[in-house]
Design a binder for this molecule. Structure first.
Ligand code: BEZ
Length: 211
């Protein structure tokens, strides 16, 4: 069965650089980012893992735990971690799942045989504290991801979960937001006492709540 938005993220137990991971237990009450990369000792993946390590405090600020995965064995992960530190100036500070038996990759449909029979594509899953999948993105092996975009979407998810708003194109934290169409003008006036601007009856703009 394919995984869809709103589904419970499949649970698993698998080895990692931080010891065996029981996924749901490891997530606890945090948000989670599970991302796969094609192979250890490859250039694009090396830069990605360095960047995720650099952004650790940004993920932590948002109560997000990050975990990487490839189908390489643990001894390769451990050897590669030294290269990441040497070349990216960043110690690997989050677990990397060693999915040599492809258990997790298959569970999360991270191997796309028409792209590669053997290696995982660059999949990303964002998982909320209730364990529901809230975002899925798939990139090809040749394109490194933009992890700032991932933080931006997490900001949007966390904001829109708390308030009756949605975020417009290219929104960044602190910018104006859209009031969800299901909220009446009367209720919107109560919820957003600073007011809102009606561009069209279905397009009402207000300041981002909580800043
Ligand atoms: C890389 O991470 O550099 C990479 C991995 C697989 C194919 C192409 C590039």
């Amino acid at each position: 069965m394919p995984i869809r938005l709103g589904d419970i993220a499949p649970d698993f137990t698998q080895d990692s650089t931080a010891g065996p991971i029981h996924f749901h237990e490891w997530l606890g009450d945090s948000w989670g980012v599970l991302f796969s990369h094609p192979r250890d000792f490859t250039p694009v993946c090396t830069t990605e893992l360095g960047e995720v390590a650099r952004l650790k405090s940004e993920f932590e600020k948002r109560n997000v735990k990050v975990i990487g995965l490839s189908v390489d064995p643990l001894r390769d992960h451990n050897g590669w971690a030294a290269d990441i530190e040497e070349t990216q100036g960043q110690k690997l500070n989050f677990p990397l799942i060693a999915d040599a038996d492809r258990k997790v990759s298959l569970l999360y449909d991270m191997i796309h045989p028409n792209a590669s029979e053997t290696f995982t594509v660059r999949s990303v899953f964002v998982i909320a504290p209730d364990k529901k999948v809230r975002l899925m993105i798939t990139y090809p092996a040749s394109t490194g991801r933009n992890f700032a975009e991932l933080l931006r979407v997490i900001d949007s998810l966390q904001l829109t979960d708390r308030h009756s708003v949605a975020t417009p194109v290219n929104w960044m934290f602190g910018q104006d937001v859209i009031i969800v169409p299901s909220l009446s003008d009367e209720d919107a006036r109560k919820k957003f006492p600073e007011g809102f601007r009606t561009v069209k009856p279905y397009l009402r703009i207000t300041r981002q709540p909580g800043v």
